[in-house]
Design a protein around this ligand. Structure first.
Ligand code: IYR
Length: 234
């Protein structure tokens, strides 16, 4: 059960600036250090999983992880995302068939040699068993513009950045909840909007199968960049 109060958002376009006080309690520095170290250790354990068990996952945990994603900052606070949680086996099968059709073309040459070489150490191919084995798929859509009920369109800003941040938060929330995921980006992804009957302002961004690793799950032997390779302090 979610413990937070739900509010229904309505468009704020053109509304006046009406700030409210924000006075969060400050965490002692030592506790920040401790918590950050613990989070780092937990997130360093995250692995993208491509072989899933068919065991079910608790829906409530997935819904709360999506609620975490939806707290992401966004351009002009337009929250240009929507999430479709797919559990229906027939719909998952339809998504897999359409995805594999595109992926076969991609792996048979559309990607090109350089791209295929970049993927080789990851062991990916056109067979997407995860789309039917994982008990749930989260399909993330970006709303390229706002679409009113009367057909009015309004531009959204920084859509890629906003939805990318939300997906990062989603992957962290899933991992910290003990669930496993794959960030799958079948390309082109137009079929997802068609299969799921999404409105014209929405464009698929990623499919995220969620579940538990299969008993015989394997992952590539990856090495992450060290902190000094990614961080410059001035
Ligand atoms: N979309 C294809 C290919 C692929 C591309 C990248 I970049 C990856 O990091 C992994 C896969 C697929 O899903 O197989």
């Amino acid at each position: 059960m979610s413990s937070t109060v739900e509010h229904r958002w309505t468009p704020t376009h053109g509304a006046a600036y009406q700030p409210v006080p924000y006075r969060p309690e400050r965490m002692p520095a030592a506790e920040s250090v401790e918590r950050a170290a613990r989070l780092r250790a937990q997130l360093e354990q995250r692995r993208t999983v491509r072989q899933f068990s068919t065991d079910p996952v608790p829906d409530e945990a997935i819904r709360d992880a999506i609620a975490c994603a939806a707290t992401a900052p966004s351009g002009a606070h337009q929250q240009p995302w929507s999430f479709v949680l797919v559990k229906d086996p027939d719909v998952r099968r339809a998504i897999r068939e359409a995805a594999e059709q595109e992926e076969r073309i991609s792996y048979d040459g559309r990607l090109g040699e350089e791209w295929l070489a970049a993927l080789r150490p990851l062991g990916t191919d056109a067979v997407k068993t995860h789309l039917t084995d994982a008990p749930a798929l989260i399909v993330v859509f970006q709303q390229r513009y706002w679409l009113g009920e009367d057909g009015t369109k309004r531009k959204h800003y920084y859509v890629d950045e906003s939805v990318g941040i939300a997906v990062g938060m989603l992957l962290s929330a899933l991992h910290l909840s003990g669930l496993y995921a794959l960030t799958h980006t079948p390309s082109p992804m137009r079929f997802l909007g068609e299969v799921l009957g999404r409105p014209e302002n929405e464009k698929a961004f990623a499919v995220i199968p969620v579940g538990y690793p299969a008993d015989d799950c394997e992952v590539p032997d990856l090495v992450r960049k060290s902190l000094d390779q990614v961080l410059t302090e001035v």
